[in-house]
Design a protein around this ligand. Structure first.
Ligand code: C2E
Ligand code: MG
Ligand code: MG
Length: 703
């Protein structure tokens, strides 16, 4: 027992008896105590009612406010404090009443006369102790009854000596069996356990029987009469003889199938993509990590990682809507899945990106073959909500032999790099990662760093390519095209750095530099009388068009650099305009108010609908050079028809039409024949530096 002082409520009206009890307690009869006294039942009830705390009561049955010979005192105290253990103080003739009091819940009784310290102490301490035990027992019995009723458990009781088990009707019913369909042998249980769970169940039982665990608890599958397996939780406890040997084990069984399913679903959701149901990035990296470790341990174990990205998926989403896009992703996932062996993993990493892990590939060519199969499989059109959709995919492959990867992320990154190479090489194909690619990726990073310093180091120059009025053959204007004098790599064309400038946002300051430079040059030519009617076209990237202060800065530039109105043209692709969304038209109108002419660049490669184009306030179209070159001029093929239609379309919309990429006399003649207004291309002149361009103006060049 603890040494916390116990608080004793003494209900006694006789001063001598009270003094005697107090003296005994004072002398330490019951260890450390504090006391609380009452001279009548009414007083005691008042104290308890008022919240006074006592651990035990010493109660005289003969009090001034009780009927002699009755249990009134006990009853009234119990009414206000039902859990307060009570020890009665009795006179010589109270013996019979006291016995009755014990039956009614009093813990003990003591004779007032001859009251001794040890007797008093022990009675008080035991009274408290016994009361606590009784409460605890009652609570646990109630809890058990509740648990059995509430949880609907089946019960079992195993006689270990006879090795028979009693199974309750509910236990049998949970497995679909009637009362007489299950016997009493332990085999009735173990034979129905799923073979994969049996060993562990037996181990859990043995551990508990040997005393290794305080309770037996096990989750395992059990065969139901209907042939399915249900998840059950069995719990129990062994009953032991004084030597500690278990002779009986009893417990319950609960059906936890629903919980198991929910757990499984949660786990599945955490590692799978909700749209396609494929493993997600986390699970993919996990499996890749296993393959990596395997390959590190065993030199002959090889794997391949394929990174897949749909080509132009954004077009599908933008033109046909997200529902079609989503459904397409699911359909693509299904087609890829069937190409793989059981041990392989295909995952959706996000968006239109997928990845495949080929584990245990003995031949790198095998990875290539899988990639080719993916490309071939996707070449059949998809039927999505009545739309016939065509897609292609670019794939990048890395092999465990390319590098000894430490982290799965690194392998995935290299496959991604290779995928970009496949895209750059024309899409709908695959590329295999090699060290050179890694170096290329690093080199790109270097370009970015260099690009950041190029403006201040004055490494950029603008070249000018004449745009010719086809009817007269005279120069109408120039397109300003950016060139970069790289300190290490020499003169770089835009295709080697514009994309990086776009991705990093550096295109914005660079674009403004080009605009200012081109306007300055134009002003110079116009000031010299011969170039008075010359115009300059400058390419405006989508990022620049998105700038909120575009119009304000443009206005300021035009104030600072004096060029004649209408002689600055901006070329924008449809994509750049569409990025701006609803606000595009208003912004274009504001630019036009500044006297700037607006051209759609690379016309025909975008996906805009005619009705959208119709609403755009543009001054002209530049036909993409791919239509010109494959049209092969006068031999009117398919592309030539397209060129004819675009020229006609431009006229209908009231826009001027320019053709770029004119390389041969035939092409020029053809476009002239279609009454196309303007032409540009190597046939006239490639882009030249500013002094050469000035020379062309000065000599009145004419073709
Ligand atoms: P773009 O605006 O379509 O420019 C026309 C491109 O076609 C130029 O390539 C030009 O050199 C090339 N070209 C001209 N005539 C012929 C021809 O007869 N045959 C062939 N095959 N090509 C011809 P360049 O200078 O390499 O520029 C490529 C692209 O880079 C440009 O395409 C434009 O989109 C972008 N770009 C160039 N300068 C700038 C700039 O200052 N700002 C922005 N945002 N983009 C620029
Ligand atoms: Mg252009
Ligand atoms: Mg173009």
């Amino acid at each position: 027992m603890t040494d916390r002082p116990i608080r004793v409520l003494i209900v006694e009206d006789n001063p001598d008896d009270l003094r005697h009890v107090l003296q005994l307690l004072d002398r330490g009869a019951a260890g450390p105590v504090t006391t609380l006294t009452a001279g009548s039942v009414a007083e005691a009830v008042d104290l308890l009612h008022g919240g006074a705390h006592a651990d035990v009561a010493l109660l005289d049955l003969a009090l001034p406010d009780t009927t002699p010979g009755s249990l009134e005192a006990l009853e009234r105290v119990q009414a206000v404090a039902p859990l307060l253990p009570t020890v009665l103080l009795t006179g010589l003739d109270d013996e019979v009443v006291a016995e009755e009091a014990i039956r009614r819940g009093a813990q003990d009784y003591l004779p007032k006369r001859n009251l001794e310290a040890p007797l008093l102490g022990r009675a008080l301490r035991y009274a408290i102790e016994r009361q606590r035990a009784e409460v605890a027992l009652r609570e646990s019995e109630e809890r058990y009854a509740l648990a059995v009723a509430g949880a609907n458990d089946g019960l079992w009781d195993w006689d270990l000596q006879r090795d028979t088990i009693y199974f309750s009707p509910r236990w049998k019913g949970m497995l679909g069996h009637g009362l007489d369909e299950v016997g009493e042998a332990p085999q009735e249980w173990f034979e129905r356990v799923h073979p994969d769970d049996l060993l562990i169940l037996r181990a859990e039982i043995s551990a508990h029987r040997a005393g290794g665990t305080p309770h037996f608890k096990s989750e395992h599958r059990m065969l139901h009469k209907d042939g399915t397996y249900r998840w059950m939780q069995s719990r129990g406890i062994a009953v032991r003889d004084p030597a500690g040997q278990p002779y009986r084990m009893a417990g319950s069984m609960a059906d936890i199938t629903a919980r198991k399913l929910a757990e499984k679903r949660l786990q599945h959701d955490a590692f799978h993509d909700s749209l396609t149901g494929l493993p997600n990035r986390a699970l993919f990296l996990d499996r890749l990590g296993v393959a990596l470790a395997h390959a590190r341990r065993r030199g002959d174990h090889a794997y391949a990682v394929l990174f897949l990205d749909l080509d132009r998926f954004k077009n599908v989403n933008d033109s046909l809507g997200h529902h079609v896009g989503d459904e397409l992703l699911v359909a693509v996932a299904r087609r890829i899945e069937v190409l793989l062996r059981p041990g392989d993993t295909v995952a959706r990493l996000g968006g239109d990106e997928f990845a495949i892990l080929l584990d245990g590939v003995d031949d790198p060519a095998q990875a290539s073959r899988v990639a080719q199969r993916v490309n071939r499989e996707l070449s059949r059109p998809f039927d999505i909500q009545g739309h016939e959709v065509f897609v292609t995919m670019s794939l990048g492959i890395t092999l465990s032999s390319s590098a000894s990867y430490e982290r799965p992320e690194d392998a995935l990154r290299d496959a991604d790099t290779a995928m970009y190479r496949a895209k750059a090489a024309g899409k709908d194909r695959h590329a295999i990662f090699d060290r050179a690619m890694h170096e290329h990726a690093v080199a790109l990073l270097q370009v970015e760093t260099d690009l950041r310093r190029a403006i201040e180091r004055q490494e950029f120059v603008v070249h000018y390519q004449p745009i010719v009025e086809l009817a007269s053959g005279e120069i109408d204007g120039f397109e300003a095209l950016l060139r970069w004098h790289h300190p290490a790599h020499g003169l770089l064309q835009p295709d080697s750095f514009i994309a990086i400038a776009e991705d990093t946002g550096l295109i914005v300051p660079i674009g403004w530099w080009v605009l200012r430079e081109a306007c300055r040059q134009l002003a110079e030519w116009q000031a010299d009388g011969r170039g008075r009617s010359i115009a300059v076209s400058v390419n405006l990237s989508g990022k620049q068009f998105l700038q909120t202060d575009l119009v304000r800065r443009m206005r300021r530039l035009l104030r600072e650099v004096p060029i004649s109105p209408g002689s600055l043209r901006l070329e924008m692709t449809e994509g750049a305009i569409m990025e701006q969304g609803q606000a595009a038209v208003a912004k274009l109108l504001q630019l036009r108010e500044l006297g700037i002419k607006l051209y759609i660049d690379d016309f025909g490669t975008g996906y805009s609908s005619l009705s959208y184009l119709h609403r755009l306030p543009m001054d002209g179209l530049k036909i993409d050079r791919s239509f010109i070159s494959s049209g092969a001029g006068a031999e009117a093929g398919g592309s030539s028809e397209i060129v004819r239609s675009i020229v006609a379309l431009g006229r209908t919309l009231g826009m001027g039409v320019a053709a770029e990429g004119l390389e041969t006399a035939e092409q020029v003649t053809h476009l002239r024949g279609l009454s196309c207004e303007l032409g540009q291309g190597f046939f006239f002149s490639g882009p030249v530096d500013r002094s050469a361009a000035g020379g062309l103006i000065a000599q009145h060049a004419r073709w």
